[in-house]
Design a binder for this molecule. Structure first.
Ligand code: HEC
Length: 493
């Protein structure tokens, strides 16, 4: 049987040659990063294909279908594995690259293998970037907007690239479709082709082995079973890690993208350094942070085999390259940490500045309406960002029962507009939304005896704060004070 296959395909001898390949110096756990990255890629392809069975790319369905995935435990688990698998793949790719640089494995005759590797890094980053938009929640929208606007900095063809990825004057269905096409077709196809080339060249050159002056006295090792065993152990550890993260820290889906709300986006961790760089350069020199510095860094990376031309791979004789590496890593770390801190600061500032705006507006409204709650709602009211975000939460979660305008249904669902309870003690309103409500109540002469579901496990503290702010300050003629996420967090305990 094997003979029959061998004569027609050559697969048997190919497999044999592959399994008995020499591993200079013996098998080692140092060599597992490449195969672990490959394994993470396979996990991404498998989970990604599964997700396409549920995801629907359009402005009307992207968030909704993602929400469907989040609402179903198994689908949610697969999505979480895909989410953490992306981080794992990029982290392993960086470790693999780091080791190749430290051991000088990019040197002749492996220059082309190295360049293909750098291209793989770029393709993987684009996969991360395009995947980030697909859930179409607030963060997806605003973080991708930053990225899309950066393409305008590309010399000559910037406007064309921006037009291609966004397709229109604002982000919408066409943008989602472009990102979807890149994320599930073009980039994976490029990835698989490049990985094929990377591995084929690897088979041609063989493993580089440890960085020693003279490789001849190195003991011989074999790929099977020693190295294959270690590679399997490493892949298994990756799988366990990703599954554990997916189970204990699943990602979070924010409210659907709403371009009218102000939002401080948070990029994926592997883009934090670039984000920091952009914040460092003054606005009109954006091109330096967006194109020039990343471009130079990529060019240096590709040209590394020609920058470090000596034939030796011994660490002691390659001080310059190792210093350069240390220097680059320090800058990348510093930018990442700085970026993280500055985004957190901005988010806090936004959370703190939201409510006072409502308070000021409410003051204005009170004077205008003579302090009465019974005036018709002013249709021209400019609502605060928090109330605007709350309106979205309201339409998605509350309007089915309480009505789009908060009028309720007589005998079944109490009105929220013109309801003194809603504009009364904010703490009671928050507690009602968090914990739900049952039992008979009287609102403006009507009696209700239903059950309001609790929201504390479905909505974040921020969502609850926003929706309470909205029903208190902007629904119908209600013009009471806003509440903050901190108020909610206090009562949630
Ligand atoms: C499934 C239907 C339903 C949904 C969805 C719903 N509610 Fe209710 N809500 C009720 C019912 C029924 C009551 C009255 C409970 C009672 O009779 O004690 C109520 C009561 C309330 C009250 C108290 C009113 C009062 O006068 O005591 C508030 C405030 C409220 N809801 C806010 C919200 C908010 C905010 C949301 C969205 C996050 C929401 N509700 C979603 C059905 C719903």
């Amino acid at each position: 049987m094997l003979n029959w296959i061998e004569r027609r395909t050559g697969f048997v001898s190919m497999t044999k040659a592959f399994l008995t390949e020499d591993v200079p110096g013996g098998a080692s756990y140092w060599y597992v990063f490449g195969s672990a990255t490959l394994f993470a890629m396979i996990v991404q392809i498998a989970t990604g294909i599964f997700l396409t069975f549920f995801y629907a790319p359009s402005a009307m369905t992207a968030w909704e279908s993602t929400k469907y995935i989040y609402d179903h435990p198994f689908q949610h688990f697969v999505l979480s594995v895909h989410y953490w698998g992306a981080s794992a793949m990029i982290a392993l790719l960086f470790l693999h690259l780091l080791q190749v640089v430290i051991w000088g494995a990019y040197k002749s005759p492996r220059e082309i293998q190295w360049i293909v590797g750098v291209l793989l890094l770029l393709v993987t980053m684009v996969l991360g970037l395009t995947g980030y938009l697909l859930p179409w929640d607030m963060d997806a929208y605003f973080a991708s907007q930053v990225a899309i606007n950066l393409t305008l900095n590309v010399p000559f063809i910037g406007a064309w690239i921006q037009q291609f990825v966004q397709d229109g004057t604002t982000m919408g269905t066409l943008t989602i479709n472009r990102f979807f096409g890149l994320h599930v077709w073009l980039m994976p196809a490029a990835l698989v082709a490049l990985v094929g080339a990377h591995l084929a060249i690897f088979r041609w050159n063989g493993p580089a082995g440890p960085p020693v002056e003279d490789p001849r006295p190195l003991r011989k090792g074999v790929f099977w079973p020693d190295q294959l065993f270690m590679d399997t152990v490493a892949s298994l550890l990756v799988l366990i890690g990703v599954v554990a993260l997916a189970l204990f820290w699943p990602p979070f889906l924010d409210i659907k993208a709403d371009p009218t709300v102000q939002f401080t986006p948070y990029p994926a961790w592997y883009f934090l350094d670039l984000f920091g760089l952009l914040n460092l350069v003054p606005g009109n020199f954006e091109i330096i942070g967006a194109i020039v510095i990343p471009g130079i860094a990529t060019a240096l990376l590709i040209l590394l085999p020609w920058i470090d031309r000596s034939t030796t791979r011994v660490l002691g004789s390659r001080r310059f390259v190792l210093w350069l590496l240390g220097f680059s890593l320090t800058i990348i770390w510093a930018l990442t940490i700085w970026s993280q801190i500055s985004i957190m600061g901005k988010q806090q500032q936004a959370a703190a500045s939201g409510p006072p705006a409502v308070a000021a507006k409410e003051q204005a409204n009170l004077t205008k309406s003579g302090g009465s709650n019974m005036n018709p709602p002013s249709t021209t009211a400019v609502v605060s960002p928090a109330a605007k975000a709350g309106q979205t939460v309201y339409t998605q979660n509350c309007s089915s029962c309480h009505g789009a305008g908060g009028a309720g249904t007589p005998g079944a669902f109490p009105p929220l507009a013109g309801n003194p309870f809603v504009t009364g003690d904010p703490r009671q309103v928050i507690l009602t939304v968090l914990n739900g409500k049952t039992g008979a109540i009287q609102v403006n002469g009507g009696s209700y005896n239903g059950t309001m579901p609790p929201w504390k496990s479905t909505l974040s503290a921020k969502d609850v704060a926003n929706v309470v702010t909205y029903i208190r300050s902007a629904l119908g003629s209600n013009r009471a004070s806003a509440v903050t996420p901190a108020d909610v967090a206090k009562l949630k305990k």
